[in-house]
Write a protein that binds this ligand. Structure first.
Ligand code: AMP
Length: 148
């Protein structure tokens, strides 16, 4: 359960779904990982190829993110974006990140969204779970470009 403190900021919950992914307790469609970040497919994408990048640091949102993890997340985001541009043959990639429930954040471990879409065409947020075979195939395609 998510807790809030006196200033209404969320306290990090070690059982959040992304913490469980980092621990290997639940699976994800991994695209890339290094010692400070993990990137994987969003299972309720706002466009085909929607990827999330998370730090291994236990940070709720941008306010908690340590500089070295902020840098690592952006470096991973660059790799993902370049792969998305190649795989989806498009220039436009939306980078999005929500801070706090009031902003619409639903998972309280910091994460960056990278979505092959225009801002006008974004699908609904965290709304429709898509076919996992398709997600696995896209993760493989993106990983192949990154590792080439
Ligand atoms: P936010 O609302 O910014 O916290 O975004 C959380 C994102 O996590 C949403 O886009 C969800 O679709 C996505 N999501 C939720 N559960 C999972 C999961 N098990 N694997 C991958 N993505 C997930």
């Amino acid at each position: 359960m998510t807790q809030v403190n006196d200033t209404q900021q969320t306290i990090y919950d070690n059982n959040n779904i992304f913490a469980k992914m980092l621990n290997g307790d639940i699976p994800c469609h991994k695209v890339y990982e290094d010692d400070k970040t993990l990137a994987f497919m969003d299972i309720m994408p706002q466009a085909e190829g929607h990827v999330l990048v998370i730090p291994t640091q236990k940070a709720v949102d941008l306010g908690d993110l340590a500089p070295e993890y902020a840098a690592a997340v952006l470096m991973t985001a660059q790799k993902i974006m370049q792969a998305q541009r190649q795989v989806f043959a498009r220039e436009g990639i939306v980078q999005m990140q929500l801070n706090g429930a009031q902003a619409g954040q639903t998972v309280f471990h910091y994460h960056l969204h990278l979505i092959p879409s225009s801002i006008q065409e974004l699908g609904r947020h965290a709304a429709i779970e898509v076919d996992h075979d398709q997600l696995a195939a896209t993760a493989k395609q993106l990983a192949a470009v990154i590792n080439a």
